[in-house]
Ligand binder design. Structure first.
Ligand code: SF4
Length: 343
């Protein structure tokens, strides 16, 4: 059995043709699915024989909402979802004045090992398929009865470690027959897998690339991000320059501020030197404390001074509003606290 959400319209058309069905039925099926009809038997315009064939060959891989949590502070909603094989993933919905934005997972777990992240504690279980990434948007859209206009690939998993599936997801999510969310409204976050960043640049997609830097010195980065042993900061910056040159797009650098680790004025100056002259924006994230480690959040005053130093050096920087602080909204926290409660 195949997940029909993994199929593009063209692929479904050719499946229909190969199975002696009319090609135009593929569009009807996609229309139903994108309008939240997730049962082939209820697609009454399709002949019975077609519905039977679909049931014999496909399932519609919409995950089950195991739990949903809503922040009392800002309305952020977090969803714990069960996939067809029972694996659990998370996604987070944030309401902004420009619309609904969803942060989706691209893998079950993650093998990148970042020390401040709960998603990686058990390693990577498996990649999500393109349809499974897409299904997070479908199920949440149906739940809130409202359109999602922005997508961030920043949940559990490293998107560029599941590259082919993520590329196909981008094709599906932006296609006119589907959710039609333009790539300009999509942000892909990576911890810095350089060869894939360069490949992505060459594809000249209109998405926003966000690079998780989190430290301006090699030693500190190695301490919190094992990927730093493979790719140096200098090489990441060079790959970013290439990305900017080829696409003309501004890069976002993510920098999680950790108290007394990477939030000193010296750290801010090093970061400023590193990024000077780059078409970029820095997103400072006062870290969400995770039960699995001892990192503490930087003090407000320190954050302010950090921003000032960057701005004085001509680098645009904003502090990300902490969303859903009361519902374990940081990546991987919910899944882990749910799993711990089951043990
Ligand atoms: S921060 Fe992202 S890349 Fe790092 S372990 Fe967590 S999910 Fe993986």
């Amino acid at each position: 059995m195949k997940n029909i959400l993994d199929f593009s319209l063209d692929e479904l058309k050719s499946w229909m043709k190969d199975n002696n069905e009319k090609e135009f039925r593929a569009k009807q099926i996609e229309d139903f699915i994108y309008k939240s009809l997730w049962n082939f038997d209820e697609m009454h315009v399709l002949p019975m024989i077609t519905r039977n064939k679909l049931n014999e060959n496909f399932y519609i891989g919409i995950p089950k909402i195991v739990h949903s949590y809503e922040s009392k502070l800002d309305g952020t909603k977090k969803f714990l979802l069960a996939l067809e094989d029972g694996n659990l993933i998370e996604c987070v919905l944030m309401k902004y004045n420009y619309g609904n934005s969803i942060c989706v997972s691209t893998q079950v777990g993650c093998r990148m090992g970042c020390k401040f992240c709960a998603s990686t504690v058990e390693g990577m279980i498996r990649n999500l398929t393109p349809g499974e990434i897409l299904s997070q948007i479908l199920v949440v859209q149906d739940y809130i009865k409202d359109r999602i206009s922005n997508v961030v690939l920043m949940g559990s998993g490293e998107p560029l470690d599941n590259y082919e599936n993520v590329l196909k997801f981008l094709e599906l999510v932006s296609s006119e027959y589907g959710l039609n969310i333009g790539l300009r409204h999509i942000t892909l976050s990576t911890c810095g897998i350089i060869p894939k960043m360069k490949d992505l640049a060459d594809r000249r997609l209109q998405l926003t690339l966000a690079v998780s830097l989190h430290a301006a010195s090699e030693d500190k980065r190695k301490e919190i991000m094992p990927i730093a042993n493979k790719y140096s900061i200098a090489d990441i910056i060079e790959a970013c320059k290439y990305y900017i040159d080829v696409t003309g797009k501004r890069i976002t650098f993510e920098y999680a501020l950790i108290k007394s680790f990477n939030d000193s004025m010296e750290d801010a100056r090093m970061l400023a030197n590193l990024l000077k002259g780059l078409l970029c924006h820095v997103n400072l994230i006062p870290i969400n404390q995770v039960r699995e480690n001892d990192f503490e959040k930087s003090q407000e005053n320190t954050v302010k001074k950090f921003v000032e130093i960057l701005k004085r050096n001509g680098i645009e920087a904003t502090v990300r509003r902490e969303m859903g602080a009361d519902i374990n909204a940081a990546c991987g926290q919910l899944r882990r606290s749910y799993m711990n409660a089951q043990i």
